[in-house]
Design a protein around this ligand. Structure first.
Ligand SMILES: *[C@@H]1O[C@H](CO)[C@@H](O)[C@H](O)[C@H]1NC(C)=O
Ligand SMILES: *[C@@H]1O[C@H](CO)[C@@H](O)[C@H](O)[C@H]1NC(C)=O
Ligand SMILES: *[C@@H]1O[C@H](CO)[C@@H](O)[C@H](O)[C@H]1NC(C)=O
Length: 226
């Protein structure tokens, strides 16, 4: 292999490298949650949703990267019908406080990449990835449906991993009273900065700040129906 290369190509390669700042995120985590599990922990006003909804799109580095970049729902007006349906605030359905929170905490960090450097780009990309992944349909198609019967954790993990060809991070709620099962709660699918699928890491710094933790592969999984 020749070490020489075309001047323009080399310049492009060098500048692409130089343009990526050291604290830039390298992975995006598309987080879905199962409303019925979430609503066992919180007082929901929106308990009647029977599909996986968006929790957020989280870069793997940075929290609240620009607190002066205010959330403004007018900038995503065209997205609001989709946002309300697929990214609902399960606690306060009529408010935009969940989106505002996600924007400050994660969106302002994601926005370090030019591909996501506006509220419209950030929220529309999250919705686009959510629709592409189409987790809810994939689970149904492979017979992972909310049920009174318990699943083996590997049944669920295998479906997701085999279908997408990457490792998801699957989180459960571990009720203290009931020790014979864990509740399926959250599912993360990861992307590279160019939005191709990537393995998630199981032991990633907790960005969710919630009661979810990685499911125990040896404990039966309850996927609670409505
Ligand atoms: C829950 O949703 C189902 C299907 O969308 C609907 O038929 C039902 O009336 C809803 N129940 C409540 C309490 O809103
Ligand atoms: C933070 O966001 C504001 C509003 O968009 C912008 O004017 C400012 O340059 C940003 N600051 C940094 C450090 O990126
Ligand atoms: C919110 O966004 C709209 C549309 O981009 C803009 O006209 C308006 O000035 C913004 N409001 C604030 C408070 O920045």
């Amino acid at each position: 292999m020749s070490l020489s290369c075309h001047l323009l190509f080399c310049l492009a390669a060098v500048s692409a490298f130089a343009m990526s700042p050291p604290h830039m995120w390298t992975k995006l985590i598309l987080t879905h949650h199962w409303p019925n599990t979430f609503c066992t922990m919180e007082f929901c006003h929106h308990p009647n949703i029977s599909y996986w909804t968006l929790h957020g799109l989280w870069p793997d580095k940075g929290i609240t990267c620009n607190a002066s970049w205010h959330f403004n729902s007018s900038e995503i007006e065209d997205l609001l019908p989709d946002m309300e349906k697929y990214w609902p605030d399960l606690l306060k359905p009529a408010s935009s406080s969940f989106w505002k929170y996600e924007w400050y905490k994660h969106g302002t960090c994601a926005a370090k990449a030019t591909s996501l450097n506006s509220q419209h780009k950030y929220f529309s990309k999250a919705l686009e990835l959510y629709h592409k992944v189409d987790l809810d349909s994939i689970l149904r198609r492979f017979d992972i449906i909310p049920s009174e019967k318990y699943y083996k954790f590997s049944q669920i993990e295998d479906v997701v991993e085999n279908f997408y060809g990457v490792k998801p991070k699957i989180q459960c709620v571990h009720p203290s009273k009931n020790t014979d099962a864990q509740l399926l709660g959250q599912m993360e699918i990861c992307f590279s900065p160019d939005f191709s699928l990537l393995d998630c890491e199981k032991e990633m710094i907790s960005t969710g700040g919630s009661a979810f933790s990685v499911c125990d592969p040896d404990v039966p999984v309850y996927y609670p129906p409505l």
